[in-house]
Design a protein around this ligand. Structure first.
Ligand code: BGP
Length: 471
């Protein structure tokens, strides 16, 4: 397969504050929804933070960021995606004034990246809504969230002007459909949440995203502000037109988020769906103009897996973290049950580019696996050939998509350093090029070790992907 990546392609890695910073109460940080989710998305939140919650300490990036960023630089990262923990900046979320100590921390992190020529990319809200906003306002169900979020966004746009150019407004904004508490800070249990509340919350997020885009562009016209969606191409299980139509409808449940962000209005199919659900969105004057006039500069998305859809309710379920769907008989699965589909990434890239003709950015992709630390003459390491294989197969498809004409700005692998998983809240599911000595029971020294994939990715970046052709 011929390999091509543009000269300025942004190679890097991605993380999120709540999954690796730790220091959950340090320097004035407030609690976030993650601090009461010790079991991930499957279990209800606890009343208070509990000791078994691995995220409270994470991998202690808060104190080890220098060492970690040095390792990213050693791999040659050109971009580094992380998120700002909203509750470090506004501990409760509804204060008037930000917490200076929290702001200083990210100054240090971004300065450290820039020292090595690494561009920071920031997710403004990555599954870490301040807990107070969830418990007092029911998160995004309440329109006042728009004001709280925009105050926070404006604060960080101003503070990091000139340091951060790439921004994402909400991580996997479509995941609120499946995980309202983690994604939307919505405290009402999912089973009790009405469609009216859910779609009203989505409307608030969409308006807030457009408003943040406006604010970010006003503060610095150089800012590149994108949406971020959970990318999950769906295939009809059979050529039965019933399945094909069903598949289109299911796909649209996700596509509507990027449609609004890119095109600036609710598509007709979305209005019909809302009508049929009996939902009338409460819009305020100016909402539609805001959506229309402040569309995104690029589309960021995560990609792990694809799904099949069938109109037959008996079809075998797919597994995976958030989305439903049914099993694809042609694909193998990871140890955590996620179907592995490199071609799906090429399909998704082409589909999104055909639909929008907007630049794309793959901001998450990777293999979660249980790694085994072994001794080597150079010290402890992991022989993670399976991860190299996974990433290589995906990158080859990415390169094909670029040659298909897709405008792609960059690629950041998920969890470039091992961190706590979002769906299952465990350490054992590792994605990193860097192994972190921490276990599911909380034991471990937190020491960092380079895996075999560390050297492989370094070579990929150094050769701008050309080594993929030879290997
Ligand atoms: C995405 C999230 C990330 C990340 C990733 C891997 O949905 O944006 O936060 O964790 O999935 O999922 P997991 O950690 O559950 O393996």
């Amino acid at each position: 397969m011929s390999v091509y990546f543009p000269k300025n392609f942004l190679w890097g890695g991605a993380t999120a504050a709540n999954q690796y910073e730790g220091a959950y109460r340090e320097d004035g940080k407030g609690l976030s929804v993650q601090d009461v989710m010790p079991r991930g998305i499957m279990a209800p939140p606890t009343a208070e933070p509990t000791e078994d919650n691995l995220k409270l300490q994470g991998i202690d990036f808060y104190h080890r960021y220098r060492e970690d960023i040095r390792l990213f630089a050693e791999m040659g990262f050109r971009v580094y995606r992380t998120s700002i923990a909203w509750s470090r900046i506004f501990p409760n979320g509804d204060e008037e004034e930000p917490n200076e100590k929290g702001l200083e921390f990210y100054d240090r992190v971004f300065d450290e990246c820039l020292k090595y020529g690494i561009q920071p990319m920031v997710t403004i809200s990555h599954y870490e809504t301040p807990l107070h906003l969830a418990r007092t306002y029911d998160g995004w169900v309440d329109r006042r969230m728009i004001g709280f979020y925009c105050r926070y966004a404006e604060t960080i746009f101003r503070r990091y002007r000139g340091k951060v150019k790439y921004w994402l407004t909400f991580n996997e904004i479509n995941s609120v459909l499946e995980a309202p508490f983690m994604s939307g800070g919505i405290a009402t249990p999912k089973e009790e949440l009405t469609d009216g509340q859910l779609y009203q919350a989505i409307h608030h997020e969409l308006v807030a995203s457009a408003m943040a885009t406006k604010i970010g562009h006003e503060i610095d016209p150089e800012n590149k502000i994108g949406c971020m969606v959970l990318g999950m191409p769906t295939y009809p299980l059979t050529p039965n037109p019933e399945d094909v139509w069903y598949n289109l409808q299911e796909d649209r449940k996700n596509l509507m988020f990027s449609d609004v962000h890119v095109r600036g209005y609710y598509p007709g199919y979305m209005k019909r769906m809302l009508r049929e659900k009996g939902v009338e969105i409460a819009m305020e004057p100016g909402d539609e103009e805001m959506l229309r006039e402040h569309t995104v500069d690029y589309i960021g998305f995560s990609y792990y897996s694809s799904l099949c859809q069938s109109a037959d309710p008996e079809a075998e379920a797919a597994g995976g973290n958030l989305m439903g769907g049914c099993k694809n008989p042609y694909l193998k699965k990871t140890d955590w049950g996620w179907a592995i589909d490199p071609k799906g990434l090429r399909i998704l890239l082409n589909t999104l580019y055909d639909r929008y003709q907007k630049p794309l950015f793959i901001v998450e992709n990777g293999l979660g696996a249980a790694d085994l630390l072994v001794d080597s003459p150079d010290g402890p390491t992991v022989e993670d050939d399976y991860r190299i294989q996974y990433l290589k197969e995906h990158l080859l498809e990415v390169s094909q998509a670029i040659q298909d004409g897709v405008e792609l700005w960059g690629y950041t692998t998920w969890g470039c350093i091992d961190l706590v998983s979002a769906s299952t809240a465990e350490m054992k599911k590792r994605y990193g090029f860097i192994y972190v000595d921490r276990n599911n029971d909380g034991t471990g020294t937190l020491a960092r070790y380079r895996k075999k994939s560390f050297f492989w990715y370094k070579n990929v970046i150094e050769t701008n992907g050309q080594c993929l052709e030879e290997s």
